[in-house]
Every structure is written in C-alpha cells, then in structure tokens.
Design a protein around this ligand. Structure first.
Ligand SMILES: Cc1ncc(COP(=O)(O)O)c(C=O)c1O
Length: 314
C-alpha cells in the first residue's frame, strides 16, 4: 500500500505549492531560561538581553521552552504565587525592541513555547507558541497546524474555557505553587538531613538560601569517585526507587562539555510529601552502603525482570 502511494505521488509531483519562503533564519538556538530542565538554572535578565541582541545580529531564532516560568515560590516564607513569570521572557524583550533596522522581513528573533503539561496535566498534549505576529501566522499555516489531525481541538476548547473562567490561574496559585513549594522544602530538608552528612553536595541553585526556587527538580552531587549510574541502578534494584543519573542528560557526542556522571536528579513534583522523605531515606541507604563497601553495584549481574513496580521517579 505504501509503495503504491509513493508511486502515485512521484507521478503527480504535487507535494507542496511552489512558493518562496517568507523568512529564513541562519541559526536556531534552543534554551530553557527558567528553572531549566535538567540544570534548574535561571538565565539572568542581562543574559536574556544579550542573547536577543546576538540573535538579531546573526539572523538567529531563539526558541525558548518556557514551561516552568510560572512555577516558582519564595524559598523562605510561605509558598505563595506571584501569578507571573519570574523575569521577562526573551520574547517580551524582543517584542519591546523596534523592528530590525535593516531586515525587511522582520519576523522577530524569539519564539516562546508554552505547555499545559506542567500546569494542567501532561496528558493534554497541548501547548502554545508566543512570538512575533508574522511568525505565529506562519506557524499557523504549516501542515501540522492546518491538517486538523495534529492539534487536539476538543482539548484546546476545554482549556480555553478553563483559562477564561480564571480557574487555571487559581489552580496555579492555590494548588500547584503551594504544594510544589511544600514538597520542595520537604525534600531539601530530607536531603540536608540524610544525604549531606554523607558528603553529598546539593546544587547551588536548589539551596534554601536563594530567594526564589521553581521547576520540578533538585540536583545532588555524589562524593568523588562514586558513579551516579551505579547508585541509580542499585536504588532501583535494592530499594525499589527510581532516580535519574546525570549521564542521561549529557549530549551524545559532546559529553566532555558537561560531565554529569556524579550527579543525580531528583524530582519533587510528583510524589506526596511523606513519600519524598521516604525516597531520600532509601537513596541515603544505598549511598551509605556504597561508601562502606557493603553494596554490590555491578549492574551486569542483576536481571531487570526482577524489579518490583517502582516507587516513582525522584
Ligand atoms: C523544558 C521542557 N519542555 C517541554 C516539556 C514537555 O512538554 P510537553 O508535554 O508539552 O511536550 C518538558 C517536560 O518534561 C520540559 O521539561
């Protein structure tokens, strides 16, 4: 069937209308400026301005994944929501500038991706793009937007009602931010109590002495010489606990640029508070056993089939 179809297409050769591109960019830059996944870092305002300026100078499009920018809370006081992004998005900065002085086809140099996955529910598979009107019109005209098969119209219609009624904002302010804030605090406390005494370092961006924290994740660094992959494997094998080891986030072919083989990423957003503490205690046991040499971390000797259902990803 596929073969017949491709023959038919070759014969007619009408695949796309032949028209010139409205705009092409010479480069694409991808960034997660707020509470970046995986690092947890946030790009400063001055760096945002610099990146927009560089994009304009070199005809680049900066695509930012702004999925966590409303999920942040003060580290010290009660976990209240400001209802806003922490810093202006790169698109806000770009939009505030006058059109490019020499480019007759100014489509802006930034595109902000948003997703309802993090603020309503991952299964919705719906998001949005915020950019210069010419670029967003262009996006609305591509096959994946126009075909009718890709966007989920019913879900989008329901989400529109949830936004219009104010329920989405209320959900972020009264449910997500306070509960993520409490979970984050509970997990940092557990890490400080259980892991830090074992020589584990907490990523600077996750510490309580920062004013604001956000996103979903905390990073911890294991003592010198200890392999995060082996610890993650043992945690799963012996404690029924899933944690993500840093190597998973290295860029294939560019591993030397950022080495993460002693780092573990734990997620505080999914499990409830008591389970988070239990998870850190279990991780502490695995690390302690490894330090005292009582733990076997040779993953080649264990069958993956013997795992019980995992406790959840931390
Ligand atoms: C930075 C970032 N972008 C996008 C996503 C996924 O969004 P979606 O479910 O809308 O594909 C995630 C989820 O982990 C993420 O961390």
């Amino acid at each position: 069937m596929t073969a017949i179809l491709s023959v038919a297409l070759t014969q007619t050769q009408i695949l796309k209308p032949d028209r010139p591109w409205s705009k092409t960019y010479d480069h694409i830059v991808y960034a997660v400026p707020d509470f970046s996944n995986p690092s947890g870092k946030t790009m400063s305002f001055s760096r945002r301005e610099m990146l927009v300026a560089i994009a304009r100078r070199h005809n680049a499009l900066v695509i930012t994944d702004d999925v966590y920018d409303r999920l942040h809370w003060p580290s010290s006081s009660s976990f209240s929501s400001s209802g806003k992004a922490l810093l202006p998005r790169l698109t806000d900065i770009d939009r505030a500038l006058p059109p490019h002085p020499t480019d007759p086809r100014h489509f802006g140099h930034t595109l902000s991706n948003g997703s309802f996955s993090k603020i309503l529910g991952p299964g919705l598979r719906t998001g949005w793009a915020d950019c210069h009107p010419k670029l967003s019109y262009g996006l609305s005209q591509v096959g994946s937007s126009r075909s009718g098969g890709c966007p989920s119209q019913i879900v989008a219609t329901m989400i529109t009602e949830v936004i219009k009624s104010g329920e989405l904002q209320e959900h972020i302010d009264t449910v997500l931010v306070p509960s993520y804030g409490r979970r984050w605090r509970k997990m940092v406390d557990a890490i400080e109590g259980e892991l830090v005494p074992l020589g584990i370092e907490v990523s600077k961006v996750s510490l309580k002495d920062r004013d604001i924290f956000g996103g979903y994740f905390i990073w911890v660094e294991l003592p010198e010489g200890m392999s995060a992959e082996a610890i993650a494997f043992s945690a799963r094998e012996r404690e029924n606990l899933i944690v993500a080891h840093g190597n998973l986030f290295e860029v294939y072919g560019d591993e030397d640029a950022v080495k993460l083989d002693q780092w573990i990423r734990v997620c505080f957003a999914w499990e409830d508070e008591e389970t988070l503490v239990l998870g850190i205690e279990r991780l502490g046991r695995v690390i302690r056993d490894s330090l005292t040499g009582t733990q076997k971390t040779d993953k080649t000797k264990t069958s993956l089939n013997s795992f019980k259902a995992p406790l959840g990803e931390f």
